[in-house]
Design a binder for this molecule. Structure first.
Ligand code: NAP
Ligand code: GLV
Length: 310
C-alpha cells in the first residue's frame, strides 16, 4: 500500500506525522511531499496541501484531511472529484473546544474581567449575581465539537440551544434548525458560540443583521472559521455598544496581520487558532484505523459531503 503524506505547514510537525503513521501502518510505504512523491498512491494524508499535489499524484482510494474543517481542502481546484475525502472527527479536539467554551462562558457570566480591573485599581467592587435564566448560551452548530460544548456546559444550568442545518436533538439543549429559525435562536443567545464549518451557506452568516438579532450586550465567540464573521459589522456592533464583547480564535487572514484593528480593540479577545489543536498521536490513530477499515472494505464515518461543503 502506497500512502502520500502532504502536511507541509510546519516541517517539525510533518516529521511527527511521518513517525506516527510509520508506526501505525507498518505495511504501508509512506512517501513525503514533495520529496519522494510517486505518480500514484492509494491514500493521501493531507493538511492544506499545495495545489500541485493533486496535479502530480493520482490518489486511488481516499484523501484524509488531517483536521476537522475541510474548507481549505475543498477550495483546491485540483482536488479529484471522485475520491472520498475523510475528515477528523473529535480526535482529541472535542475536549479542547469544551474547555475553551466553558472558559469563555464563565469568564463572562462571573464577570472575571471586571474583577481583574477592580483589583488592579485597588477597588473592592462586588457586582450583583447575574440572572442565569436570562443568560442563554447558543451554539451555532450541533456537530461533533458543538455536542461536546453542550455536554460540558450542561452541569452549570445555563439555558442552552443549538442551531444547525438539520434538526438535531442534543440532550440538555433546545434545537433550532435552518435559516427560518436563526433569528429566534439569536434572540435568546446572550452568548453565541460559532462552531460551524466554513461553507457557501455559512460564510458571512454573522453579519450586521445577525448581530442586531442578538440581545443587547451579547458576547460572540467564534471558534469555527474566520469567514463566518463579517469583520466590519462586528466592529461596528461593538463600537455602537450593541455587542458587549467578542472572543475570536479564528480569522479570515491567519496569522492575524499586525495592523489588523482586532488586535487593539478593547471589546475583542483574541487567541491564535488554538481552541482545539490537532493532536498528532490521536489524529494519526483515528486516520490509521479508518484506513485499515477501508482496506477491509468496511465503511467509515467522517466522509465529507461535498454538496454541503462539510
Ligand atoms: P461537524 O460535526 O461536521 O458539525 C458541523 C455542524 O455545523 C453540524 O451540526 C451542521 O449541521 C452545522 N452546519 C453546517 N452548515 C450549516 C448551515 N448552513 N446552517 C446551520 N448549521 C450548519 O463539524 P465539527 O467537527 O463539529 O467541526 C466544526 C468546525 O469547527 C469545523 O468545520 C472547523 O471549521 C472548526 N474547527 C475549529 C478549530 C479551532 O481550533 N478553532 C478546530 C477544529 C475545528 P447538521 O448537524 O445539520 O449537519
Ligand atoms: C482546525 O481548525 C481544524 O479544522 O481541525
Amino acid at each position: 500500500m502506497n500512502v502520500l503524506l502532504a502536511a507541509t505547514e510546519r516541517s517539525d510537525r510533518a516529521d511527527r506525522w511521518h513517525r506516527a503513521f510509520a508506526a501505525l501502518l507498518p505495511d504501508a510505504r509512506i512517501h513525503r511531499w514533495p520529496g519522494d512523491a510517486p505518480s500514484e498512491v492509494d491514500y493521501a494524508l493531507v493538511w492544506k496541501p499545495p495545489t500541485e499535489v493533486f496535479r502530480r499524484v493520482r490518489v486511488r482510494r481516499a484523501i484524509f484531511n488531517l483536521g476537522a474543517g475541510v474548507d481549505a481542502l475543498l477550495a483546491i481546484e485540483t482536488l479529484p472529484a471522485d475520491v472520498p475525502v475523510v475528515r477528523l472527527e473529535d480526535a482529541g479536539m472535542a475536549v479542547q473546544m469544551a474547555e475553551y467554551a466553558v472558559l469563555a462562558v464563565l469568564r463572562e457570566f462571573r464577570d472575571a474581567d471586571h474583577y481583574v480591573r477592580a483589583q488592579r485599581a485597588g477597588h473592592w467592587s462586588p457586582l450583583d449575581r447575574r440572572d442565569k435564566s436570562a443568560f442563554g448560551v447558543g451554539i451555532l452548530g450541533a456537530g461533533v465539537l458543538a455536542q461536546a460544548v453542550v455536554r460540558a456546559l450542561s452541569p452549570f444550568g445555563f439555558p442552552l440551544a443549538t442551531w444547525s442545518r438539520s434538526a438535531r436533538a442534543i440532550p440538555g439543549a433546545e434545537a433550532f434548525a435552518g435559516p427560518p429559525a436563526l433569528r429566534a435562536f439569536l434572540a435568546r443567545s446572550r452568548m453565541a458560540i460559532a462552531l460551524l464549518p466554513s461553507t457557501e451557506a455559512t460564510r458571512g452568516l454573522l453579519d450586521a443583521a445577525a448581530f442586531a438579532a442578538l440581545p443587547a450586550g451579547a458576547h460572540v465567540v467564534n471558534l469555527g472559521r474566520g469567514d463566518l464573521v463579517v469583520e466590519a459589522d462586528l466592529v461596528a456592533a461593538l463600537d455602537r455598544g450593541h455587542l458587549g464583547h467578542a472572543t475570536l480564535d479564528v480569522f479570515r487572514d491567519e496569522p492575524l496581520p499586525p495592523s489588523h484593528p482586532f488586535w487593539h480593540h478593547s471589546g475583542i479577545t483574541i487567541t491564535p487558532h488554538v481552541s482545539a489543536v490537532t493532536l498528532v498521536a490521536e489524529a494519526a490513530a483515528q486516520v490509521a484505523a479508518k484506513l485499515r477499515a477501508l482496506e477491509r472494505g468496511m465503511p467509515v464515518t467522517g466522509v465529507v459531503d461535498r454538496s454541503k461543503g462539510y
